[in-house]
Design a protein around this ligand. Structure first.
Ligand code: ADP
Ligand code: MG
Length: 915
């Protein structure tokens, strides 16, 4: 502990080295890892420099790593071990008790001053003479070893008088008895058990320090090893010392043995006493920390962000060092030089140990100066006392009272050492270089691997390709051969089977031949019967054939006949057609003849009419209507009376033509023929002598039919005229009524455009009105209304016929009344004729006036009509007639009528009219 610029401080308390008063209970049992809580009696004081601290307060933090830079307080732990009496002492001190008394359970040691006085000291551990090597290791060294494994430097040191068991405690190899193994061996066992030989290294150097010279116990030739100090950190090292890698326990023990031998040899050679040299074992542990959780913290940049990926973290290396020091005996050297040393030698021998004592004193007393540099030992142990290492000291004492003084001084050394406070610090660093190296290597490896793999793959691909080609070629070849073989075998098989089939066929053929022959023979017996049947069949066939031929012949004949018949049929049809045409021609010719005859007849009629009119005087007309009709029809001639005069030409013609023929012409398709025919019939009908014949021949019916069906008004007009002529006969009147003549006439009137047509129709109805028997029926079929309907045409000829009809009807009614038939009011009045009668009673046309005057008289003769006659103003007309009528008979009739009717008389009186 050479004193540098300083760092050691003496305790301000001036620390007495004994007395139980100094016992600090809190420190008891604090022989633990830095993790265990410990409280120093020495108050903390600020450090002035290179990290040498000695005290701190408060418990150690749970994780020393967290304050690794600053370090954590760690007091030097001190145990005391008492050696059992050896054989010599057992004899020599037999009568004396031990100078010390141990109270291990209290961790106290009593040192007898004399028989009645003793002093008590407390240690971190008190190990009795019976304490086993194992227990000593666990109590003294194991916590330090564990610290070393965690990355702290550690020191285990034995201090004591020669022969008290320092070497026994530290250096026993335990060859003969494993239980005797000392701390060095056990420590290495634990270290080796903890490290990984792949990533970690354990190396050892072993040397002794004698008279300030460091000798290499592993290389005797290396007998003066220099201490090198790092000017920056102050760390000391012995680069010249042999450093042996330890990979197993056995080699380590061997190394210790060799070292021990070398120590003995060196001491013999130099004539030194081994008890005066310090043996120093340095175990360097280099440990790589893997997968540490708090590594991230180390890699945070200033801004707190991660600056590198996990894989680029450099490994953390902990380089720690365990130093085991077997100190030289602590007993004083006889300064007299009794042992053969010069005074200087004696000084030199003791230098390191006494310097250690001084440093510890200084540290214990917190002295400002710690003379670290005074000796090589203190320089080497600079880190062990007041430094960053975890330090454990075992002080060994003997029981003999004869060495009481030395024992006491040893105890005091231990007590002072207990006050030394270290600042344990983690010895770890980031191994960037190794990381870099590792990464380089890794990269090289990867590149090489990549190359290798690529090459391998290429080779493999090529190999596979070649192999595949080879295999394909082989497969093709074998396939070809196989196919060839297959072909030949199949061909062979084919040939064989053909052969077999041929043979089979032959056999079958033979069998068939055989069976056929058998059948032939069987057939022969039946052939006669067959022949017979066949002949019969043949006959049948022939018969059938002949009959079929016959049928065909017959059919042909039938066909022929049919054809003949057809040709004859067609001839007949032709002839019939010829006949028809002949007949139609004949008919036409006949028709023409009839027409010509009728024309001739008409011409004759006309001629006769002309002649007659020339010859005629004035004669009364029975029916003047037809005159005008005929005159209309002929346009040229004026027909007058036809009742008189000879009629041979007509009768002659009539007979020549025949009535039937003329009537049939009424139905001719030719319109002109029909017109001529109807005119002829009308002319004939004008002759009373013809009327009966005409009606008998169906002429009346034909004329009525014409009214119904003809569209030609001329025909209808002439026909109506003819009917009017026929209607003069009573029998014919009934026939006309029976055949619906009244309604046909009414229909003709309503369709008529020509007044002459109306005159014919009115004439016909007027004739019918003169029949007493038909009155009711005529009126019932609308005859009166038809008459009254025709007056609107206003033609005097028409009006005259209407007036005649009304007069006829009124005459019949009055006749019926006079004959005593009970009658109601006049049908004429019922049908509303009275107003027209009154209106036309004084008509200018004489024929009209006369008929109406007559009609009025007839109506008035019947009392039931009187009231109506008065109402309609007919009374005045009757009075006028009775006064002014030019015809006397009518004037008289009117007068009689007025005077005979009580009602009219009463009315005339009322009106003061006189006849
Ligand atoms: P030192 O190294 O302190 O000089 P040693 O370790 O050489 O002492 O011990 C001296 C003798 O005492 C040795 O023979 C050793 O076997 C014996 N001895 C030391 N400590 C014990 C002990 N705890 N139990 C039994 N024998 C011991
Ligand atoms: Mg020894």
């Amino acid at each position: 502990m050479a004193s540098g610029g300083g760092g050691y401080r003496h305790s301000s308390s001036g620390a007495p080295t004994r007395l139980s008063t100094k016992i600090d209970r809190q420190n008891s049992g604090a022989y633990a890892t830095p993790k265990a809580s410990a409280k120093s009696r020495i108050p903390a004081s600020p450090s002035t420099g290179s990290g040498f601290r000695r005290s701190s307060s408060g418990p150690l933090p749970a994780q020393p790593r967290a304050s690794a830079d600053a370090g954590v307080p760690g007091r030097v732990r001190v145990a005391v071990r008492l050696r059992p009496r050896n054989s010599e002492e057992l004899v020599a001190d037999a009568d004396f008790g031990d100078c010390v008394e141990l109270q291990p359970e209290l961790k106290r040691l009593k040192l007898r001053k004399n028989n009645w006085e003793s002093e008590t000291y407390e240690f971190d551990e008190v190990l009795t003479e019976s304490a086993s090597q194992k227990r000593v290791y666990e109590v003294v060294a194991k916590p330090v070893v564990e610290s070393v494994m965690e990355g702290y430097n550690g020191t285990v040191m034995a201090y004591g008088q020669t022969g008290t068991g320092k070497t026994f405690t530290l250096g026993r190899l335990g060859d003969e008895d494993t239980a005797a193994r000392g701390i060095m061996v056990r420590a290495m066992e634990d270290i080796l058990a903890d490290v990984s030989l792949e990533t970690d290294t354990v190396s050892v150097s072993y040397m002794q320090l004698y008279m300030e010279t460091i000798q290499d116990l592993l290389d005797p030739a290396n007998d003066n090893i220099a201490i090198v100090e790092d000017p920056k950190t102050g760390d000391v090292s012995l680069p010249a010392a042999t450093l042996v890698d330890i990979r197993d326990q056995k080699s380590f023990v061997e190394l210790l043995r060799v070292g021990e031998q070398h120590r003995f040899a060196a001491n013999t050679k130099l004539n030194t006493e081994s008890s005066r040299s310090h043996a120093i074992l340095m175990v360097h542990v280099r440990k790589t920390v893997k997968g540490r959780q708090d590594m991230d913290m180390s890699y945070r940049g200033e801004n707190g962000h991660h600056t590198s990926s996990h894989s680029l973290r450099p490994p953390v290396i902990r380089k720690s060092k365990l130093v085991v020091v077997d100190l030289a005996g602590s007993e004083r050297i006889d300064k007299s030089g009794s042992e053969g040393h010069t005074l200087e030698e004696a000084k030199s021998i003791n230098l390191s140990l006494s310097a250690l004592g001084k440093c510890i004193n200084a540290l214990a007393e917190n002295s400002p100066h710690v003379p670290v540099r005074d000796s090589k030992l203190t320089r080497l142990l600079r880190d062990s006392f007041g430094g960053t290492a975890r330090t454990s000291l075992v002080v060994t004492i003997g029981p003999s009272p004869r060495h009481r003084g030395e024992t006491a001084s040893t105890i005091m050394f231990g007590q002072r050492a207990m006050k030394v406070e270290n600042m344990v610090k983690l010895k770890e660093e980031f191994d960037y270089k190794s990381l870099c190296r590792r990464l380089d290597i890794e990269l090289d490896k990867l590149i090489a691997e990549n190359e290798r793999q690529r090459k391998y793959f290429e080779d493999e691909v090529e190999r596979l390709r070649v192999e595949a080609q080879k295999r394909i070629a082989e497969a093709e070849k074998s396939c070809k051969i196989a196919l060839e073989n297959e072909k030949t075998t199949l061909q062979q098989d084919y040939r064989d089977s053909i052969k077999k089939l041929e043979e089979k066929w032959k056999v079958n053929q033979q069998a068939i031949e055989k069976s056929r022959a058998e059948q032939e023979s069987r057939k022969a017996t039946k052939s006669d019967e067959l022949l017979e049947v066949r002949n019969m069949l043949e006959n049948e066939k022939n018969l059938r054939q002949s009959s079929q031929d016959e049928i065909i012949d017959l059919r042909n004949q039938v066909q022929h006949w049919k054809k003949l018949e057809e040709s004859r049929g067609s001839e007949i049809v032709k002839l019939r057609k010829l006949l028809d045409t002949e007949a139609s021609q004949k008919e036409k010719l006949e028709e023409e003849i009839a027409v010509l005859k009728s024309q001739l007849l008409q011409l004759s009629l006309e001629a006769e009419e002309t002649r007659r009119s020339l010859d005629r005087g004035a004669s009364g007309k029975i029916f003047p209507g037809l005159d005008s009709l005929m005159s209309q029809a002929n346009r040229n001639s004026q027909l007058r009376d036809q009742t008189n005069g000879p009629k041979p030409p007509i009768a002659k013609l009539f007979e020549q033509v025949g009535l039937q023929k003329i009537l049939s012409l009424l139905e001719s398709e030719d319109a002109d023929v029909r017109v001529h025919a109807v005119k002829v019939v009308a002319n004939l009908a004008a002759e009373e002598a013809n009327q009966e014949k005409i009606v008998e021949a169906g002429g009346l019916t034909s004329l009525l039919t014409l009214l119904r069906s003809s569209e030609d008004e001329t025909i209808r007009r002439v026909a109506a005229g003819a009917i009017a002529n026929l209607a003069m006969n009573e029998t014919n009147q009934e026939m006309i009524m029976a055949q619906g003549g009244v309604s046909l006439l009414s229909m003709t009137a309503s369709d008529a455009e020509d007044p002459q047509t109306l005159r014919m129709v009115a004439g016909a109805i007027a004739n019918l009105c003169g029949n007493d028997k038909l009155q009711a029926r005529l009126r019932g079929e609308g005859g009166i209304k038809a008459l009254l309907g025709m007056v609107k045409c206003g033609h005097p000829d028409v009006l005259a016929q209407v007036a005649r009809g009304i007069a006829n009807f009124a005459k019949c009614e009055s006749r019926a009344a006079t004959q005593g038939n009970t009658m109601g009011r006049s049908l004429l009045i019922e049908d509303g004729s009275l107003p027209w009668i009154v209106k036309n009673a004084n008509n200018e046309a004489a024929p009209i006036r006369r008929h109406i005057e007559l009609a009025l008289c007839h109506l008035a003769q019947h009392e039931v009509n009187a009231k109506e006659i008065i109402n309609e103003g007919a009374l005045w007309e009757l009075v006028r007639i009775s006064r002014d009528c030019s015809r006397e008979d009518i004037r008289m009739l009117a007068y009689r009528t007025l005077t005979s009717s009580p009602t009219l008389q009463a009315e005339m009186r009322r009106l003061r009219i006189e006849c």
